[in-house]
Design a binder for this molecule. Structure first.
Ligand SMILES: C[C@H](N)C(=O)N[C@H](CCC(=O)O)C(=O)O
Ligand SMILES: [Mg+2]
Length: 365
């Protein structure tokens, strides 16, 4: 099965409610879909969001990176040579992790199709049902409480509460949500770099002293402030998770050696796809460090790939934040992984199992 062409589409799916973090507000999933064509007629699907504030990737840079740097290396290559292909993709250029991820996801989809097996089985197998949390956007306290109660009523047992806007209000936000859902849902906080190290310690110690048990705090301080991450990790009982601070395997090794976090958030759009995500999971397992697998604002194309990784690496990926499809108004994908609120299940269809993507807008070659 040889690669003959790489084509693009634009996928737009409105969100149920605006997604608000300390970094940005977004109203819709607006992602580049990558279709890798082969001489056998098989098509592999990948997807990349333009999360410029985190990865630096824009729609233009994703298309440009694939068109001018990645695609020329792949045309004519054989899907059976998976490791060679991932090296070609990762070595095509620096950074541009979302572009690399989209192409890698499509290549792994084809690899599964080649062998007639679902991706998770080729990655090592596992229980094909996992449970995700859902994100509660940062907002007025009453709105966040109402959103949290609604999420619990929809069956979510873990809520990812966005904070990082204003330290005093953040503490009140968490106290109010905790009071409303105590005993019915676990709370994970994500400050998206919005606090200083001292503010983070103050906020978390205040919450701990008030008897509020949090599952974890994600990325309390600026991405590059590893000393700050370590400062917080050393001073609070709540486990600290690194998100924007770590993209690839080398950064994960450095973070673990510095003891700058307790947990790693793996995202395909940061790692550049599946090959590095698997490496990170293996490195973390060697050090006895737990991982979450997360997503950006992605639809069920690239999130499906993350689900397959999560299933295959469930011994180390113990926390799931794959709520892109649950945040969206509809699922544009036929076939593939089944997203049913908090429960996500993988079918035995080959590769990612995607049959059709509805509403894809053409992007001219
Ligand atoms: C969607 C997911 N639950 C999430 O919260 N991801 C964010 C970044 C998403 C974005 O801004 O597109 C995170 O974990 O920081
Ligand atoms: Mg995060």
């Amino acid at each position: 099965m040889k690669i003959t062409d790489i084509k693009f589409g634009m996928l737009r799916v409105p969100l149920k409610t605006p997604f608000k973090t300390a970094l940005r507000t977004v109203n819709m999933v607006e992602d580049i879909v990558v279709m890798v064509h082969t001489d056998s007629g098989n098509v592999g699907y990948g997807e990349a969001p333009a999360t410029a504030v985190i990865t630096g990737d824009t729609h233009g840079s994703i298309i440009d990176a694939i068109r001018h740097y990645i695609s020329p290396r792949l045309i004519g290559q054989d899907i059976a040579d998976l490791n060679h292909l991932t090296q070609l993709i990762q070595g095509a250029m620096e950074k541009n992790t979302s572009a690399k991820a989209a192409v890698e996801i499509a290549i792994y989809d084809l690899w599964g199709q080649l062998y007639g097996a679902p991706l998770y089985k080729l990655l090592g197998g596992g229980d094909p049902v996992i449970t995700t949390d859902i994100t509660i956007s940062v907002d007025y306290i009453d709105k966040m409480v109402a959103d949290s109660v609604e999420a619990v009523e929809r069956g979510f047992e873990s809520l990812k509460i966005k904070v990082g806007k204003d330290i005093g209000v953040d503490i009140d936000r968490v106290k109010a949500i905790y009071a409303a859902v105590e005993g019915r849902a676990l709370l994970r906080l994500d400050a998206n770099q919005g606090w200083t190290a001292k503010q983070a310690v103050y906020a978390l110690q205040t919450l701990e002293d008030a008897g509020i048990k949090l599952e974890l705090i994600e990325q309390p301080v600026k991405a590059r402030d590893l000393a700050g991450m370590r400062y917080v990790t050393e001073r609070v009982h709540t486990p600290v998770m690194a998100d924007e601070s770590v993209f690839g395997p080398m950064e994960v090794i450095e973070l673990i050696r510095l003891r700058a976090a307790d947990i790693i958030n793996i995202k395909l759009m940061k790692t550049g796809g599946i090959s590095n995500a698997v490496k990170i999971a293996d490195i973390a397992a060697m050090y006895g460090v737990e991982c979450m697998i997360g997503c950006m604002l992605e639809s069920s194309i690239s999130v499906a790939a993350a689900v397959h990784v999560a299933v295959a690496k469930s011994s180390v990926i113990t926390k799931i934040d794959l709520d892109g499809p649950s945040l969206s108004q509809f699922n544009p994908v036929d076939g593939g992984v089944i997203f049913n609120e908090s429960e996500i299940s993988v079918t035995d269809a080959p590769g990612l199992g995607i049959r059709e993507i509805r509403g894809l807008e053409e992007i001219e070659a």
